[in-house]
Design a protein around this ligand. Structure first.
Ligand code: SAM
Length: 254
């Protein structure tokens, strides 16, 4: 997959794009990321990229002529969608990441300062994506978030093909709890079942814990999920356990 990122601050991308899993994915050619400086498309002597807003008001607006040249030059003859990172866009999520991971090429446009000229939105932008209901100083961090979340879903990027399958949101649940050696630390023990080597029991335990966590932290996810028979049974067990515990607590407080 290929990403082209348009930004006023290319230097911000150096660390995240060359470190850890993203760095390895780029080295092995599973993903190509090119970062383009919007300022290179400003043709005047001072390479001006922004100007004051018509109608007055605070902040600077990125210029339509500069952005149009930048997008057209980077897009070339490809029909890759241009995605503007914006707090006004569609909310980015694991399922959006999966949709994007199926595409061969994306062009990500990072805004900065007050806004981009609205005509860029209307004529050069195909989609808008937001990474959350808050406002950042620029679209650089959101672009990195998108590249990271999408790249780890590409085949071959994670060491183990199953690594992302049980991640939070991937199957509509939060991830189950994880443990590693030592089996006991300061009296805190790893759940016995994980040491049993019994794959069926381990899978059932993990599914139940994923359901427990989702029920406690994100019950909204369960409402949207098409539950399997086993998941329904495990949820029933959790509900029964909770009401039994409630009874014990009530008994104790009597
Ligand atoms: N005036 C804009 C508004 O209220 O919608 C916010 C502009 S923000 C200060 C500057 C740039 O940061 C935006 O052009 C966008 O590229 C990026 N940005 C800020 N928050 C974002 C978010 N939650 N998701 C994606 N991009 C964001």
């Amino acid at each position: 997959m290929r990403f082209d990122i348009l930004t006023l601050f290319p230097e911000m991308f150096a660390g995240p794009l060359s470190t850890s899993i993203l760095g390895k994915a780029r080295e092995s050619g599973l993903v190509t990321v090119d970062v383009w400086n919007i300022r290179d498309y400003a043709l005047d002597k001072h390479r001006i990229v922004d100007d004051t807003p018509y109608g007055g008001g605070a902040g600077m607006v990125l210029k339509v002529d500069v952005l149009a040249r930048a997008v057209e030059s980077v897009r070339g003859t490809s029909n890759a969608p241009v995605v503007y990172l914006s707090p006004q866009g569609r909310m980015f999520s694991q399922s959006v990441a999966a949709e994007l991971a199926a595409l061969p090429h994306l062009i990500l446009l990072s805004g900065h300062y007050e806004e981009i000229d609205e005509r860029v939105r209307q004529h050069w932008v195909d989609w808008e994506l937001s990474i959350g209901d808050y406002v950042l100083t620029g679209g650089e961090l959101p672009a990195m978030v998108v590249v990271d979340a999408v790249t780890r879903l590409l085949p071959g990027v994670l060491g183990h093909e199953d690594s992302s399958k049980e991640d939070s949101f991937q199957a509509g649940l939060l991830d189950y709890p994880h443990y590693t050696r030592p089996a006991e630390f300061r009296g805190m023990k790893v759940p016995e079942v994980l040491l049993s080597g019994h794959h069926g029991k381990i899978a059932r335990y993990r599914l139940k814990e994923a359901l427990r966590r989702t029920l406690l932290r994100r019950p909204d996810l369960l409402q949207r999920k098409d539950l399997s028979t086993e998941e329904r049974q495990l949820l029933q067990e959790l509900t029964d356990e909770a009401s039994a515990e409630g009874r014990v607590n009530t008994d104790e407080s009597d």
